[in-house]
Write a protein that binds this ligand. Structure first.
Ligand SMILES: [Ca+2]
Length: 464
C-alpha cells in the first residue's frame, strides 16, 4: 500500500536530484538549508546540509597578549634596525597616536596597510628570553578554510609555535613549530609541506621555511598551510572538493584538525640575524607584526547557512530544528531521534539529518485501543504535534488547528485528512481507487517524517 506513494515521492525527489547534479562542488555550494518542492501531496520542504560562507574571521576575534604589558611605548623607546645597529629611527610612544603600536594594528583591515603594526618592547632583559604569547579567541568554534598568514614588520622570529585550542583556551595543541634550526630548538627534524601526505596530514611538523631572516629577508610572512592540506584530497586547484568533503564527512580527526576556538602564537625568540646577540645594542631585537590573516567559517554542523555577530559573539542561525551556538543539539520537542551533524554527502546538496518532532508515539496512540495505551502516554498525547505547515501538512484541503488536529473537508477524514470518507461507507469507494485508498495512517506519517531522509539517500545513490 505504501509503495505507490513512495514511488511518487521518489520520482519527485529524483527530479530535484537530476536538476542539481550539474552544480560543481565548490566552497560556496552548501548555501541553502532547505527548498520547497511539489509532490502529489502538495508543497513539501526538501532539507539539505548547509554551511555559512567563509569569511575574514579577524573581524570577530578578541586578542590577548601575555605578558599584558609587552607592547612597546610605555615608556617610549627607540629601536635600531637588525641589519644596521646605527640606524635607529623607529620610535614607539604609546601616548602619541602616530607612534603607538597597539595590538589592534595587526588586524586593521582597511587597505591591509602593512605599515601599521603591533610592536613589542625590545629584548632589554637579555639573556632572559623575550617571549610573547598572542592569543586570538573567537568564543565560538570555527573551521579554517584558508592559510593562516602572519606578516612580520620586524625580522621573522627564530623560534615560534602556532597552537590551537578547541575548548575555548582550556587546553592547547601545537599546530606547527617554526625555527631557524628545528633540531636545536625543538629536537624535531625539519620538514616542509612537501613531506606531508594524505596519511600524515595530521602530523605536527617543525619547519625552517619561514624563519631564515637573512636568506629570505624580503619574505616577511609566516604561514600555516591549510590549502596545501586540502589539496592532498581536492587536487592542486581544489577542483575536487567532493573528495575533500567525503573525507571530512567520514574522518572526525580530520574535521577537528581544521576546527578551532582559539589560536595562540607563541613567539619564543626574536630574529637576531646572527649567531651572537649584540648585548650592547638590544634595541635591535623585538617582535613587530603588521597583519594576521585567518579565513574560516562558523562551525554550525551543517545545520545553518548563516552566522550572526551580535553583542560581540558569533552564533549560528540554526535550521533543521537544531539549536545551540554550533547547532549541536535538537530543539526541545524535536528529539524523536538522536541529534547528528548534517552530512556533506550526497554531493551536491548533502544530507540534512534534521531533528524530528517528538510526535511519533503520541500520533500513533489514537489508532490503538485505549485500553492498551498506558495512561502516561495518553497524558503525553495532549501536547503532541499532529500537524504543521512543513512535513506534517494536512492534506486534501484540510487546515491544521493549533498543531493538534486537521480540520478536514467533508469528503475526507483521517489524522491528516488523507482518507476519502467514502472508504467507510458500505461498498467502499468502488472502482480501482478502492485498492490503494487505505494507507495506514501511522505508516503514512512515518513515511512523511522519514521521507526526506530516505529520499536523500536515494538521491545519493542516483548521483553515484
Ligand atoms: Ca596592520
Amino acid at each position: 500500500m505504501i509503495f505507490p506513494l513512495f514511488l511518487t515521492l521518489q520520482a519527485s525527489w529524483l527530479t530535484v536530484c537530476q536538476a542539481t547534479q550539474h552544480y560543481p562542488a565548490t566552497w560556496g555550494h552548501y548555501d541553502l538549508c532547505k527548498s520547497q518542492g511539489y509532490t502529489e501531496e502538495g508543497l513539501t520542504w526538501y532539507y539539505m546540509a548547509c554551511q555559512p560562507e567563509a569569511a575574514d574571521m579577524t573581524k570577530y576575534l578578541k586578542v590577548t597578549l601575555d605578558p599584558p604589558n609587552i607592547t612597546c611605548g610605555d615608556p617610549p623607546e627607540t629601536y635600531c634596525t637588525l641589519e644596521n645597529p646605527y640606524m635607529c629611527n623607529n620610535e614607539c610612544d604609546a601616548a602619541t597616536d602616530e607612534l603607538a603600536h597597539p595590538p589592534e594594528l595587526m588586524f586593521d583591515i582597511v587597505g591591509r596597510n602593512p605599515t601599521t603594526f603591533w610592536q613589542s618592547t625590545s629584548w632589554k632583559k637579555y639573556p632572559k628570553p623575550l617571549a610573547v604569547n598572542i592569543t586570538l579567541s573567537w568564543n565560538k568554534t570555527i573551521e579554517l578554510t584558508d592559510d593562516i598568514v602572519i606578516t612580520f614588520e620586524s625580522g621573522r622570529p627564530e623560534q615560534m609555535v602556532l597552537e590551537k585550542s578547541l575548548d575555548y583556551g582550556r587546553s592547547w595543541q601545537p599546530y606547527q613549530f617554526y625555527a631557524t634550526d628545528c633540531l636545536d630548538a625543538f629536537t624535531m627534524e625539519p620538514k616542509t609541506m612537501k613531506d606531508i601526505t594524505q596519511h600524515t596530514l595530521l602530523d605536527i611538523i617543525c619547519t625552517e621555511e619561514y624563519s631564515r631572516g637573512y636568506v629570505w629577508k624580503n619574505d616577511k610572512t609566516v604561514r600555516f598551510e591549510i590549502r596545501d592540506r586540502f589539496a592532498l584530497f581536492a587536487g592542486p586547484k581544489l577542483h575536487n572538493m567532493a573528495s575533500l568533503y567525503g573525507q571530512l564527512d567520514t574522518t572526525k580527526n580530520l574535521r577537528d584538525f581544521f576546527t578551532i576556538t582559539d589560536l595562540r602564537i607563541r613567539l619564543l625568540r626574536p630574529a637576531t640575524g646572527a649567531t651572537m646577540v649584540d648585548e650592547n645594542n638590544l634595541s635591535r631585537y623585538y617582535y613587530a607584526i603588521s597583519d594576521i590573516k585567518v579565513h574560516g567559517r562558523c562551525k554550525c554542523n551543517l545545520h545553518a547557512n548563516s552566522c550572526i555577530y551580535d553583542k560581540e559573539k558569533l552564533t549560528c542561525e540554526c535550521e533543521h530544528n537544531t539549536t545551540g551556538p554550533d547547532c549541536g543539539r535538537c530543539k526541545r520537542n524535536f528529539q524523536a531521534r538522536a541529534w547528528s551533524a548534517g552530512s556533506y554527502l550526497p554531493i551536491p546538496k548533502g544530507t540534512a539529518n534534521i531533528c524530528m518532532a517528538n510526535y511519533a508515539g503520541p500520533v500513533i496512540a489514537p489508532q490503538v485501543a485505549l485500553s492498551t495505551v498506558p495512561s502516561v502516554q495518553v497524558a503525553n498525547s495532549k501536547r503532541a504535534r499532529v500537524c504543521d505547515s512543513e512535513l506534517l501538512r494536512c492534506q486534501n484541503g484540510g487546515v491544521c488547528v493549533n498543531y493538534v488536529r486537521c480540520q478536514c473537508p467533508p469528503a475526507y477524514t483521517g489524522l491528516l485528512c488523507e482518507k476519502p470518507r467514502c472508504e467507510k461507507e458500505p461498498g467502499g469507494c468502488g472502482g480501482s481507487d478502492s485498492g490503494q485508498a487505505s494507507l495506514h495512517p501511522p505508516s503514512l506519517i512515518l513515511l512523511l517524517l522519514l521521507g526526506g531522509v530516505f529520499l536523500t539517500e536515494i538521491c545519493w545513490i542516483t548521483v553515484l
